[in-house]
Design a protein around this ligand. Structure first.
Ligand code: NAD
Length: 508
């Protein structure tokens, strides 16, 4: 607990009043018919950040019907790629022009540092621009070698009405990994953000309107998983559900969507390992491990929450990570220099604490941290940077997603052992290796069961490079060409040239 780098004062002012977040249905920003609202209390500052309309089945049904009508009459799906790209690019410009407003709300609703929130909201504009480029370059295939009297083409068409359900940890970023790609494909959408972080999604409605997106093409309903999210997963007018969140809710959505055979794309949890070999850039690896576990207070599907370190260097490596952990700037998210902010809810602090407590009771050794962190003037909805070694692969803390700033250290002797430990998981989102031998890196990359492999880096990402998981980390891909293709349906068209078809009926 002692000798941590804690920033308590703040350099960015709190807003004067809570943000009023509204639904956006058929082009109209509106409250709920029954007047219900929910309040979000800031995890870091304890003030009411937003009052959000709380949707019911009535708003959800209206939003889905608006999206269905907008899709079926072709007001968006039959526009040229150029016309769609023009709107998406304007939205990107408006996002960039409003980064400060978005970032402040994102910080106060989620607890993440203001500098990080600016990076995510500003960076999201690039996802909109990239999706705009895909709208213009989308194409199918042609088959010109089927015989001189046959030509076949494979068309790509928008899949239809898409439900988009997002979590609280990267509200605007994850929204932007999905929505512009669905819109670029020509789909119409119903979006539900997490009930804990509704505001930046609600604010996006202003930009969509100003950019000229036709009414009904994107609808936003605020509220809880039940009834809003569950209706978005079961309604017969919805063709696809794309969801980012917990594995438990992902499974529930898959089950519900199965009733009407909707396509389902899922981005779920992870327990992502980094393997550390002695012959690597140990300084770079220690920094990447520190980043990988504390970024977003470890509340990140991609958090590298377990490291698998070669036995020969484990003492030295753990000492490096502990020393760096003390340097990371924890504390007030409204301080410009803060790198790690608050935990999303008080209940989640208790949950993280429970994992650490149980691991220590089972024999794990606490090298750093291990409990809530008191930030002067802001209270205890923060958690200390925590490193545990002496952890065995069967402990819950080594297998389950803790979703906090808690790193566990496992050890290995051979590459085979390291890969076996990596793959001994129900999750398979991402995995990394630090090693200067390219052959070892390649062997690892092919044998590790994960949707993304990083060699000698961690969490580098690009709109062009698709992202997603294997095993219980999800299905389908997001961003990149493959992410875009998720929103497209394939239609085959076979054409005969001339009256060359041989009759099937043998006439007398
Ligand atoms: P969550 O599953 O509790 O909630 C996610 C969303 O689902 C919210 O909008 C919620 O209201 C909604 N929801 C809840 N119940 C529902 C239901 N029955 N039907 C439909 N929707 C429902 O997840 P969370 O706590 O918001 O986010 C944390 C989880 O998200 C972690 O497990 C994390 O790993 C995962 N995550 C994954 C990725 C990825 O890309 N793989 C990215 C970020 C977060």
């Amino acid at each position: 607990m002692t000798h941590l780098h804690i920033l308590a004062d703040q350099t960015v002012a709190l807003p004067d009043a809570p943000y009023q977040a509204l639904h956006f249905i058929d082009g109209v920003a509106q409250g709920s018919a029954d007047g219900q609202v929910s309040e979000r209390i800031s995890p870091s500052h304890g003030v009411v950040v937003s009052r959000a309309a709380l949707g019911s089945e009535r708003e959800t049904d209206a939003a889905i019907k608006a999206a269905r009508a907008a899709f079926d009459d072709g007001r968006w799906s039959r526009l040229s790629g150029k016309a769609r790209a023009t709107v998406l690019t304007k939205v990107a410009d408006l996002i960039e022009a409003n980064v400060e407003k978005l970032a402040l709300l994102e910080t106060l609703e989620s607890g993440k540092p203001i500098a990080q929130a600016r990076g995510e909201c500003g960076g999201a504009a690039d996802l909109w621009r990239y999706a705009a480029s895909l709208a213009r370059t989308s194409h199918g295939d042609s088959h010109n070698t089927l015989g001189e009297d046959i030509l076949a083409v494979v068309l790509k068409e928008p899949i239809g009405v898409v439900s988009i359900i997002t979590p609280w940890n990267f509200p605007f970023w994850i929204l932007s990994q999905k929505l512009p790609f669905a819109l670029a494909a020509g789909c119409t959408c119903v979006v539900k953000p997490s009930e804990m972080t509704p505001s930046t999604t609600s604010m996006l409605a202003e930009f969509l309107m100003a950019a000229g997106l036709p009414a009904g093409v994107c609808n936003i309903v605020l509220g809880y998983g039940d009834p809003v999210g569950s209706m978005m997963s079961t309604h017969p007018d919805v063709d696809m559900v794309t969801f980012t969140g917990s594995t438990a809710v992902g499974k529930l959505i898959t089950k519900c969507a199965g009733e009407t055979l909707k396509k389902v794309a899922l981005e779920l949890g992870g327990k992502n390992p980094q393997v550390i070999f002695p012959n690597c850039d140990l300084e770079g690896a220690a920094d990447a491990v520190t980043f990988g576990i504390y970024f977003n207070v470890g509340q990140c599907c991609n958090s590298s929450s377990r490291i698998i370190v070669h036995e020969d260097i484990v003492d030295d490596f753990v000492a490096r990570v502990v020393a760096l952990s003390r340097q990371v700037r924890f504390g007030n998210p409204l301080h410009e220099d803060t790198q790690v902010g608050a935990i999303v809810t008080p209940e989640h602090v208790v949950r993280i604490d429970g994992y650490v407590h149980d691991a220590v009771a089972a024999g794990a050794e606490l090298c750093l941290g291990g409990g809530a962190l008191d930030v002067p003037g802001l209270g205890r909805q923060f958690f200390q940077p925590t490193v545990l070694r002496g952890v065995t692969p069967d402990m819950a803390i080594a297998r389950e997603e803790v979703f906090g700033p808690v790193l566990v250290v496992l050890t290995f002797r051979t590459l085979d052992e390291a890969i076996a430990l990596c793959n001994d998981a129900t999750y398979g989102l991402s995995a990394g290796i630090w090693c200067d031998d390219v052959h070892t890196c390649l062997d690892f990359s092919r044998r590790a069961a994960a949707g993304t492999i990083w060699t000698n880096t961690w969490m580098d990402g690009f709109p062009e490079v698709s992202f997603g998981g294997v095993k219980q980390s999800g299905q389908g891909r997001e961003i990149g060409q493959y992410g875009f293709d998720e929103f497209l349906e394939v239609k085959s068209l076979v054409m005969r040239i001339g009256r060359t078809r041989a009759p099937w009926v043998k006439t007398a």
